[in-house]
Design a protein around this ligand. Sequence first.
Ligand SMILES: [Zn+2]
Length: 127
Amino acid sequence: MILTETCMHAAKCEKAKELVTGGIAPIDLVSEVNSYGLASIVLAKCLGCNQAFKFDTSPRLKSGNFDVNIRAVWGTLVTGNGLSHLNELLDVLDSPGLSRRSFLDIKLKINDWWNKYLQADLDRAIG
Ligand SMILES: [Zn+2]
């Protein structure tokens, strides 16, 4: 995990240790490299030796989508809403929204998961 890696670096890096001794936090969040809906890729840097650490703010699942985005679409669908409602809510929260393409991609995957689950459940009930 990148947080562990970053912490371990700060504990071992001699230049980072010098900064800590002087009361300066050795790791700084430098920038957001990219954002994908509610997930971001963030760059942190050791202020001692300039080593960079890039990490995702949400786990990326086997489907290729970020967990937080799937949860957002899932929650939107089960409450009977759609992309406009989700993005309006996220806008009020001052958060980036999902593109129509991402929302539909995730919606199709969720539909597929539900279909597979229901089919397996039906197969068990019949068999
Ligand atoms: Zn360092």
